[in-house]
Ligand binder design. Structure first.
Ligand code: C2E
Ligand code: CA
Ligand code: CA
Ligand code: CA
Length: 279
């Protein structure tokens, strides 16, 4: 059915027959950007809903192009996923984030964790477990300080392969988070089948809280499910005090969003951690 859809797009809408011109130049610029070191990592705090203390950070990639300015990941990640550059970028991000966490911990004087997005193509790559082992060994982190964020779709492409990779991650004590939970096409059966530790409630279910009854019901159901399955929950995209209160009162343990911290450069995150030490 997908094939037919594509063919139709070619017939009825020639502009969709190939990538837009802009994306071809963007793709060329990406290879240049890798050589020039234009990619950076930003870090967004994940905080305890009750104490608001930083528990960890999600690593978010940024591309600062000299003339285009900030290119959002929503533009460049899909291109990297298509041409395979994501394997190189993702390996770099994983290792650099693990190393960065060590510095965060030195300043914070306590244990923290780092969460890293793993794209479907990276997850399926033969070298992925080597990349993971290298990042852990090189940084000296404990496996348990690493959370790998994957989507429901990543698990569903090839569940048998996913099961074997996830069990190998579990051997290394790295935890698995389901990103954008509830937005993918999948069944809840995978929560039983795969060793998952964290559910990240997608921002679209948080945005209209506390006003929306439907979103409230969905969040409550996810929190209930997580409690009974012994999973942690991170609410994504929390922007208001009311949203945080609502979630906290219903037992959501972790919060991530503009309210408690935007994605920030490493030096800004370091300053935030320094400030949080009470001497
Ligand atoms: P994601 O993994 O769901 O990341 C969360 C996105 O929500 C981030 O967008 C973050 O900046 C944004 N966000 C966080 N809090 C709030 C909030 O309170 N309000 C709003 N409106 N937005 C919030 P970002 O950084 O633009 O990244 C977009 C997506 O790009 C990510 O979605 C992820 O799928 C992908 N991505 C980013 N970095 C990487 C990476 O290193 N590797 C891979 N594979 N994907 C990445
Ligand atoms: Ca994520
Ligand atoms: Ca997400
Ligand atoms: Ca998302």
């Amino acid at each position: 059915a997908k094939e037919t859809g594509k063919a139709r797009a070619v017939v009825y809408s020639p502009s969709l027959a190939g990538p837009p011109q802009h994306d071809i130049s963007l793709e060329a610029a990406m290879f240049q950007a890798v050589r020039e070191g234009e990619f950076q990592l930003y870090y967004q705090p994940i905080v305890d809903a009750q104490t608001r203390e930083i528990q960890g950070f999600e690593t978010l990639m940024r591309w600062k192009h000299p003339t285009l300015g900030m290119v959002p990941p929503a533009r460049f990640i899909p291109i990297a996923e298509t041409n395979g550059l994501i394997n190189l970028l993702g390996a770099w991000a994983l290792k650099a984030a693990c190393v960065q966490l060590k510095q965060f911990e030195e300043v914070a004087k306590r244990s923290l964790y780092i969460s890293v997005n793993i794209s479907p193509r990276q997850f399926r790559n033969d070298k992925f477990l080597d990349v993971l082992d290298d990042a852990i060994a090189f940084s000296g982190l404990l496996g348990e300080q690493l959370v790998l964020e994957i989507t429901e779709g990543t698990l569903m492409i090839d569940p048998v392969h996913a099961e074997s990779i996830l069990s190998k991650m579990a051997e290394r004590k790295a935890r698995i988070a389901i990103d954008d939970f509830g937005t993918g096409y999948s069944s809840l059966a995978y929560l039983k089948r795969f060793p998952i530790s964290v559910l990240k409630i997608d921002r679209t279910f948080i945005r209209d809280l506390p006003g929306s009854q439907k979103d409230g019901a969905i969040c409550n159901a996810v929190l209930d499910l997580a409690k009974h399955l012994n999973l942690s929950v991170v609410a994504e995209g929390v922007e208001t005090e009311e949203q945080l209160q609502y979630l906290e009162q219903r037992g959501c343990q972790y919060i991530q969003g503009y309210l408690t911290g935007k994605p920030m450069a490493a030096n800004v995150a370091l300053a935030a951690l320094k400030e949080s030490i009470h001497v």
